[in-house]
Design a protein around this ligand. Structure first.
Ligand SMILES: [Zn+2]
Length: 235
């Protein structure tokens, strides 16, 4: 599950007034990786986020492990990947992968992703995949049809999908929070990327499919302003 919580923001407090022109790009993401992610995971995360936003024609410029000490523009934000499971951050449900803190002045420009929660989700998928593989082998040996319940647990190629799953979970959680930030949007949609929560079954969708994680038409329309306005312009 993913949520944007009403948290008083304590992070990102020191934003001085330093002249530091934003890099070119429709949207600039400063990615602060406190998890020390392997390169292939970082590549998968960025590719999936790029893909989601490309539906709106938005091109993302990535800046790794650097963040300007100034107030970020409307087309800039930070993604901060934390090794934590997030439970120290808030009371209540501990199944939240990403948050975009906001206060009375609005939504900040920081998206926090709790890597250990993404791993927890992946572990659920591993369990489902193992159950499904064993059940399919047994059914095959007995010469019987596979119970439809097994297909609902995990697709037949689940084993091939596990290696990239954690990164895809992180990417989709981050992309969800990015939309909150870029559109100053607090509410959720009934479908697509901006639903209040994702189901574990949906996470099997590959990076090239992404059906359950699409932007809706109103979100695409709103996000297109980033690809048509000049970089760093105000909205
Ligand atoms: Zn949300």
């Amino acid at each position: 599950m993913i949520a944007s919580l009403a948290m008083a923001t304590g992070a990102g407090a020191s934003e001085g007034q330093q002249q530091d022109p934003a890099p070119a790009g429709d949207v600039v993401v400063y990615l602060l990786d406190h998890q020390y992610l392997p390169t292939d995971e970082l590549t998968t995360i960025q590719a999936e986020i790029n893909r989601i936003f490309s539906d709106a024609g938005v091109r993302i410029t990535w800046v790794s492990n650097a963040s300007p000490r100034r107030r970020l523009s409307p087309n800039e934000l930070r993604i901060i990947v934390l090794p934590s499971d997030g439970t120290r951050w808030f009371q209540g449900p501990s199944n939240i992968i990403g948050i975009a803190p906001h206060d009375d002045t609005g939504i900040g420009r920081n998206c926090f992703v709790f890597y250990r929660q993404a791993i927890w989700f992946r572990q659920q998928a591993v369990w489902r995949c193992r159950q499904a593989i064993e059940a399919r082998i047994k059914a095959s040996m007995r010469g019987v049809e596979v119970d439809p319940y097994i297909d609902s647990l995990a697709p037949a190629d689940c084993g091939d999908r596990l290696p990239s799953l954690t990164a895809l979970i992180v990417a989709r959680a981050a992309a969800h929070e990015m939309v909150h930030i870029l559109l100053s949007k607090l509410d959720h949609a009934d479908e697509g990327l901006m639903r209040r929560a994702f189901d574990i079954n949906e996470l099997w969708a590959g990076g090239s499919e992404g059906g359950p994680f699409r932007l809706t038409d109103p979100e695409i329309t709103a996000l297109r302003s980033f690809s048509t306005s000049t970089t760093g312009g105000s909205r």
